[in-house]
Design a protein around this ligand. Sequence first.
Ligand SMILES: *Cc1c(COP(=O)(O)O)cnc(C)c1O
Length: 398
Amino acid sequence: MKTYHADENGYYGEFGGAYVPEILHKCVDDLQKTYLKVMESDSFKQEFNQLLRDYVGRPSPLYHAKRLSERYGCKIYLKREDLNHTGAHKINNTIGQILIAKRMGKTRIIAETGAGQHGVATATVCALMDMECVVYMGKTDVERQYPNVQRMKMLGATVRPVTSGNMTLKDATNDAIRDWCCHPADTFYILGTAAGPHPYPDMVSRLQSVISEEIKKQLLEQEGRENPDYLIACLGGGSNAAGTIYHYLHDEQVKIVLAEAGGKGIDTGMSAATIQLGKTGIIHGSKTLVMQTEDGQIEEPYSISAGLDYPGIGPMYAHLNKEKRARVLAINDDEALAAAFELTRIEGIIPALESSHALAALKKVEFKPTDVVVLTVSGRGDKDIQTYIQAMNEKENN
Ligand SMILES: *Cc1c(COP(=O)(O)O)cnc(C)c1O
């Protein structure tokens, strides 16, 4: 049977795998051999589900957005990951990974972060589980994401500013992998998205799959059917999208629309639209599409949204795009901003800038009045308020 999930070596068609330096082979191999056994154990399931319920606040609501529906001529439900503890879907994954780390006897946690959302989610679960936590963050991001840096410190994490390259997410990831190489025995690397070497893409997708598990139940209750006509999510590395589509991948009548960051436009040299612009290559241990120069140097991505500003993409999406199972749209900065203001004004929900890319995709799809659409709001907009204020000021001055 055709499958869109990873095979036992972590391949999605031709993409995926685990391309890691010799010194990490044992770490990655241990994790590959352990993660499914742990995740399928009763003790893990019980602790994971209890924390998702009592600590994160799950299930997150599936909200019928009536005014948004009217505007787009279909029936739109929002999956409210913005209401989770720490403000986004990322906590689902960090809780799962720290429970796996504990069961593997690890005592030290490392993570990479761009905007700081994954760093905060990791520092949060390290406080909860009393584990040492080191977060790598590009120096540029440390400066522009000050409140999240302070949050991580307050939670007890050490934030290490990274000064190589552009001093952003790609460089922070390199340094996190370097740290892992130096401390393979006691350290667990909590990766923040559905990318990296096998088993990370599959492990992160499974941990986030609680999102589509809930959508199925909630839609059955509210609509009398489990399947929507469309699923829509934004695409950074691919973890909130993976959660949204996981249990629907093989229901081909459910259409999947994903929004990646077009930046200032895919032809401007300032973009993070990896599906549109990338070529096959290897980044952070995975064979996938990568934004790269003719001679294979990784190109610096750009997006208004720090959470989508990554030159690679989870290997599953390179495959889903190739197989035409998912339609991937590039959404530009100005389109995302307009969508953020629209949702705020007509539904009273201030979305994260990443999620606003998914919302902007509504304008690019022709819906029928009977279509049921589920769109994941991956996070809340508090962290982006400076960018929104600046956009409002610019509008007033024009
Ligand atoms: C990190 C982040 C994203 C992008 O990451 P994915 O792994 O693609 O989900 C999207 N939305 C929010 C709110 C984020 O914090």
